[in-house]
Write a protein that binds this ligand. Structure first.
Ligand code: ARG
Length: 576
């Protein structure tokens, strides 16, 4: 059920009756419960247009609108707002329908092809915390889009190409004289560091590295084989992290930079032929007057270096063309940190000029802030190194295990380790998902593992509480009659929230903002706790139909939490 969409429809019909067409139909959530749950606030703008008093217009809309089935009360307030108080009987009925629907009454959206470019680590190095945000947020966005029925195409745009591979391959080739590739590459950070030291200090090594680049690009067989070995092991490192994180990326989703290598010359040739790219100091560049500096100098976007080499930008143009042309993407979402915002803005400008995308196809860079340590500086290990993801996730599981063991629970050893994993990983993911992605975010073990506040453990715990009510009552969802009657204000509030799930999911799908879903689930869990306190379910003097109605509401809460957390990639538990 999408209450917002329903209200917009009804008000649009009302306006039509009043012969008002093409006017916006603004319906929003009310700020305070005494104003009802929703508000129509289009009367003021119409008043200006029609040169009448806003309250008079509101009066006429009120007469024209049909909402008897949905609203208990409609009232005009302030300068001309129409407050809408939803009807308990209607809400109860909608909750019943949702409870018996596998999709919780959430409609599919008109299907679109959506490319989501996320995770995309650089294979020369181990995956580090910098890739945590894109991987976690991206995976939640993908799941939400799929739930709404879109055709999602994951694209893991891995950094698997470029001049640094010359240095890495030269070093690997030497190491293979003594050990197998798996051992040589067991720690990519160490490997990269060694290669870099040799590159900077060892006589002749830099030249060999450059030779390797040329050979690699020229398709030399031995070189390619070496590179493939490197990439394969490197991908396995990433896959370990994906598995720990339980994200949905697979090998099939990898479309690394190397995949566009064959097309880069074509991209530049086409830009030149269209007069979009021009030569400047030996390089091929696009001037962008749209992004000029204060003195009026246009921004310069380089697509080919003076030595003939291609860049990150060239690859992104090729990727754009492939996604819009071959993959037929209606939308392309790219999740990277905010420092790349200008790059994607420029890429979009250039790509659109060149006709690499159709005007109706969107190119949406979804930026996010940095991950900071508790000291407010970029997140680093104590010795100042980059924090490796695999180690961080192991620490999360260990910390969660210690915390759960301290609580008195009757979990067996095996159950405990399962709970520790789900809570630990859930906490790391949720901490990231629950913050507005555009801001920097402070990594803090204590707050993310807390059982209070907007955290994964709190939501996972709330879910187990609902489950335990069912165990105590000795009923299952399947045998519940599922008839709901709302009488108490806490029940009303909970029911309204439950019926806002679809609205929330649609916002996440539109804006790629999983934190909106997190806030929502937190509100649902909190509303459930207040409801449970105020409205006894299992007490002996609770009449049978009341108990059943409340159990049905509780069941809808558990299904909503379960579905919502699953969309965020967070596991629920029966007990903890
Ligand atoms: N590999 C890049 C990085 O780690 C991210 C790639 C994002 N996607 C893209 N199409 N450029 O910063």
């Amino acid at each position: 059920m999408n209450i917002h969409a329903l209200l917009v429809n009804r008000f649009a019909e009302a306006l039509e009756k009043l012969d008002v067409t093409d006017a916006p139909v603004p319906v929003s959530r009310s700020a305070r419960p005494e104003f009802g749950e929703y508000q129509f606030n289009g009367a003021m703008a119409l008043a200006k247009k029609l040169k009448q008093k806003p309250r008079d217009i509101a009066e006429r809309i009120l007469e024209a609108v049909t909402l008897d089935d949905v609203a208990e009360k409609l009232e005009i307030a302030g300068p001309g707002f129409i407050n809408i108080h939803l009807k308990d009987a209607w809400l109860a009925n909608q909750c019943e329908l949702a409870l018996h629907d596998p999709r919780l009454g959430i409609a599919k959206a008109p299907q679109q092809n959506v490319v989501v470019d996320y995770s995309s680590p650089n294979l020369a190095k181990e995956m580090h915390v910098g890739h945590l945000r894109t991987t976690i947020i991206g995976d939640a966005v993908v799941k939400v889009l799929e739930f709404l029925g879109h055709n999602v195409i994951r694209q893991n745009h891995m950094g698997d190409w470029g001049t640094q591979f010359g240095m890495l391959l030269a070093h690997l080739s030497d190491k293979l004289q003594e050990e197998v590739a798996e051992t040589a590459l067991s720690d990519l950070e160490d490997f990269y560091r060694e290669a870099k030291i040799r590159f900077d200090e060892e006589e002749g090594f830099a030249d060999r590295a450059r030779e390797y680049v040329v050979k690699l690009q020229g398709g030399d067989e031995r070189c390619i084989a070496l590179w493939e070995r490197f990439i394969d092991i490197s991908i396995k490192h990433s896959e370990e992290v994906y598995e720990k994180l339980n994200v949905s990326l697979t090998r099939d989703d990898i479309m690394g930079e190397s995949a566009y290598n064959h097309d880069l010359a074509n991209v530049v040739a086409e830009l030149k032929a269209q007069g979009i790219a021009v030569e400047d100091q030996g390089a091929q560049v696009v001037f962008l007057p749209e992004l000029a500096d204060k003195e009026g100098n246009p921004a310069v976007y380089i697509v080919q270096k003076s030595g003939g080499g291609y860049l990150y930008a060239t690859t992104d143009l090729a990727a754009m063309r492939y996604r819009s042309g071959k993959l037929n993407a209606d939308r392309t979402l790219i999740l990277t940190d905010a420092r790349q915002a200008l790059h994607f803005k420029q890429t979009e400008l250039v790509g659109r000029k060149a006709g690499f995308m159709q005007p109706e196809q969107t190119y949406e860079h979804c930026p996010f802030g940095m991950m900071l340590g508790s000291d407010g500086k970029p997140f680093k290990t104590r010795s100042g190194g980059t924090v490796k993801l695999a180690a961080l996730l192991d620490e999360a599981i260990e910390r969660a295990g210690n915390l759960i063991a301290q609580r008195d629970s009757d979990l067996s050893e095996v159950e405990l380790s399962d709970v520790a994993r789900k809570v630990g990983i859930g906490a790391v993911k949720y901490a990231d998902l629950s913050k507005n992605r555009t801001t920097d975010y402070m990594f803090n073990w204590d707050s993310m593992l807390s059982f209070e506040g907007n955290t994964a453990p709190y939501l996972q715990y709330a879910y187990t509480r609902v489950k335990s009510i069912f165990r105590k009552a000795g009923v299952s969802l399947a045998t519940l009659p599922g008839e709901i009657t709302l009488t108490e204000p806490q029940e009303h509030h909970l029911a309204v929230l439950l019926m806002q799930f679809e609205e929330v999911i649609n916002v996440v799908s539109r804006d790629a903002t999983p934190h909106v879903l997190c806030t929502y689930l937190y509100d649902v869990a909190s509303a459930f706790m207040s409801f449970y306190e105020a409205c006894p379910i299992l007490k002996d003097d609770t009449a049978q139909p009341v108990r059943e109605s409340r159990l049905a509401l509780a069941a809808l809460v558990s299904r909503t939490l379960e579905r919502g957390l699953a969309l965020l990639g967070i596991d629920t538990l029966e007990k903890m």
